[in-house]
Design a protein around this ligand. Structure first.
Ligand code: BES
Ligand code: ZN
Length: 631
């Protein structure tokens, strides 16, 4: 409760010193400023934070696995301009029972009309008068899009239900009544009750042991005392267990998966050490991860102190652990310095993808890092070949809330930083990037702020350098600037030659394949001819053991190639894969490929989707609905 009283006092102090820099943004515990520039105005929120904004949330919620819903109360601390008598929150489907002030007096509120425009939801306007704290009693809708309630059959154990949330970009307004905008940072705490034997984890530090309640339930407490953008509030609950990996890192998963999960992420502490050496201290205390059931719609999600991971990255050999490096890197790019609006997503994802590559280089050497970079570059080239220099190929993406393709904001974003690094030299560049994180720690940032910061602290009036960098072109223009620091053409020399030989006369060297790492295998599969007849596919499958491949990135590429060639023998495996895995990056393209195969593929796609749709998170079904059902 300490913070509930502290927040207004801090706000008053801040107002008194309004033109000085926020005193200790260092710890993230101060109220983070709201950016007021035009480019920092978030079109995806109804909030008017310059008038009244949430500074702290205290949730007290019960998880109801039978009703597939959660509800309880949210106490919001508010910092408001003098005379402000209303605060506007975001709501998408929340069922509000009552809103009262700190004395328990009812406050009037209006829930505006829902607009069916991609999840923005409706404004919840509360007449606060002099109140600077409100308590909202509410229930999330059963269809709350952030939440997925899994039936026991969708878990590894098969015995207990499971719940997880996915907040980014604007889904948290389906279960938390707050100002759901990345530029409005808030501290938070929570008390969550769940039936035994389920354990609850959140993206905050667990407080003590769970409290035993009557009726076979337990209460779990969490606290995040550093202000975060609200999309980073996350919850998961299931029959899960913890394994420590180091003093400050560990992993959660269902018991039957814990050995495999722990082995796959065994290098996590080394990654944290490498990341700190690169760009400064890890400021969040613990770094834990949870390996979720395969329905999780993303590869990973950088929820603070509790990264969420798909189990499909478990390959048995750590070959896909770039995912962990990526989510860890977000502890700086994204969670510490946050895109103010979703148009600036590349500030989160592009900077993180660059940082990820640097972590991989530290741990595994230049060769692996350069191979991953070459895969990313091919991704950019492929996308640009498809869409030309459409406006959407600029890093700055007005109107972007949910990027489906990764080539631009992830890979082009990373290549922008790589290009700067090459032009100014690694040492100088690293010092600048570390200082960027430091100057903007626990605050929102825009593309324009990033460019201004580069000019002030890196270019420093060097006009020749300014010209060489092509900064504005990188951020605001479509396509790929001519100064791009290309990947080493030798990165995949042997593999590319092998793919070419196969294309020319069907030469296949299974021995070479067995010696390749996963990046090489992925490159080879991507480099195969698009058209291969059934005999050719059968030979590939049996010689390279593709259908039995335990690496899901490779398996996915194989299944996609097979479907693209109407290879009937692959269909049962595709069907099993799509029934099991809900990761959108795999699911959406497989359905897309099927739908592109006319009278052969479309009936297969519809039949499978009728059966699997209910097992997908809204993020995945939302995309696949558009592909298979045209809606
Ligand atoms: N923050 C993203 C996931 C995300 C992005 C969710 C946009 C919602 C909206 C996460 O860090 C991510 O990038 N995941 C990737 C991992 C990969 C690039 C290593 C994924 O899920 O595939
Ligand atoms: Zn990311």
């Amino acid at each position: 409760m300490r913070l509930l009283f502290a927040a207004p006092i801090i706000a008053a102090l801040l107002a008194a010193a309004s033109c000085t820099k926020v005193p200790d943004s260092e710890s993230g515990t101060m109220i983070a400023p709201i950016l007021t520039g035009e480019d920092a105005i978030d079109s995806s929120t109804y909030a008017q934070p310059e008038i009244a904004r949430v500074t702290h949330i205290a949730l007290d919620l019960d998880l109801d696995f039978e009703g597939k819903s959660l509800g309880g109360t949210a106490v919001l601390d508010i910092d408001a301009k003098e005379g402000a008598d209303e605060i506007v929150l975001d709501s998408n489907g929340l069922r509000i029972a009552s809103i009262v002030d700190a004395e328990g007096q009812a406050l009037e509120y209006t829930l505006g009309d829902m607009v069916e425009d991609g999840g923005k939801g409706a404004p919840l306007a509360i007449a606060i008068g002099d109140a600077r704290q409100v308590t909202i009693a509410y229930q999330a809708a059963e269809e709350a899009e952030a939440l997925q309630w899994l039936r026991p059959e969708q878990t590894a154990g098969g015995e207990h239900p499971y719940l997880f949330s996915q907040g980014q970009a604007i889904l948290n307004r389906t279960w938390i009544p707050t100002q759901d905008s990345p530029g409005i940072r808030q501290t938070w705490e929570a008390r969550i009750t769940a039936p035994e034997p389920l354990t609850v984890v959140m993206s905050g530090i667990a407080q003590g042991e769970p409290e035993e309640l009557e009726g076979g339930r337990r209460a779990f407490r969490f606290e995040m005392d550093k202000s975060v953008p609200p999309y980073l509030i996350a919850i998961a609950a299931g029959d899960i267990e913890f394994r420590a990996l180091s003093e400050r890192t560990g992993v959660w998963s269902e018991p039957s998966m814990l050995d495999a999960a722990a082995e796959e992420v065994a290098d996590t502490e080394r990654m944290v050490v490498a990341a700190e050496k690169l760009y400064g201290p890890y400021r969040w205390g613990r770094y834990d991860m949870i390996v979720l059931p395969p329905a999780f719609p993303y590869g990973g999600m950088e929820n603070p102190v509790m990264t969420f991971l798909t189990p499909t990255f478990i390959a048995g050999d750590k070959s896909l652990n770039g995912l962990v490096a990526h989510e860890l890197a977000h502890s700086w790019s994204g969670n510490l310095v946050t895109n103010a609006v979703w148009a600036d997503s590349w500030l989160n994802e592009g900077v993180t993808s660059y940082f990820e590559n640097r972590i991989l280089e530290e741990l595994y050497g230049k060769e692996r890092a350069e191979q991953e970079a070459a895969l990313a570059f091919a991704n950019i080239e492929e996308t640009l070949a498809e869409v030309g220099d459409a406006p959407g190929t600029a890093l700055y993406q007005p109107d972007n809330t949910d990027p489906v393709g990764s080539a631009i904001i992830y890979d082009k974003g990373a290549y922008f930083l790589r290009t700067m690094e090459r032009l100014v030299g690694r040492e100088k560049f690293d010092a600048w990037l570390e200082s960027w994180f430091d100057r903007h720690a626990f605050q929102p940032a825009t593309s324009a702020m990033m460019l201004a910061d580069i000019r002030e602290n890196l270019v420093k009036g060097d006009t020749a350098l300014e010209e060489k960098l092509m900064l504005d072109e990188w951020v605001y223009e479509p396509g790929l600037p001519s100064n791009v620091a290309r990947p080493n053409p030798q990165a995949f020399a042997e593999v590319d030659a092998a793919a070419q030989a196969y294309g020319e006369d069907g030469t296949l060297d299974a021995g070479a394949w067995r010696g390749w790492n996963s990046a090489e295998r992925q490159r080879f599969l991507r480099g195969l001819p698009q058209v291969i007849d059934s005999e050719g596919l059968a030979a590939l499958d049996s010689e390279l053991v593709l259908s039995g491949n335990g690496n899901n990135e490779e398996l996915f590429l194989w299944l996609n190639l097979a479907l693209d060639n109407r290879y009937q023998p692959a269909v049962p495996l595709v069907e099993r894969f799509l029934a099991d895995v809900g990761r959108r990056k795999f699911v959406a393209p497989l359905f897309e490929t099927l739908m592109g195969e006319g009278s052969w593929g479309q009936p297969i796609a519809r039949r499978i989707y009728d059966r699997t749709r209910a097992s997908y998170h809204a993020v995945t079904s939302g995309t696949v609905d558009g592909i298979v059902r045209g809606s």
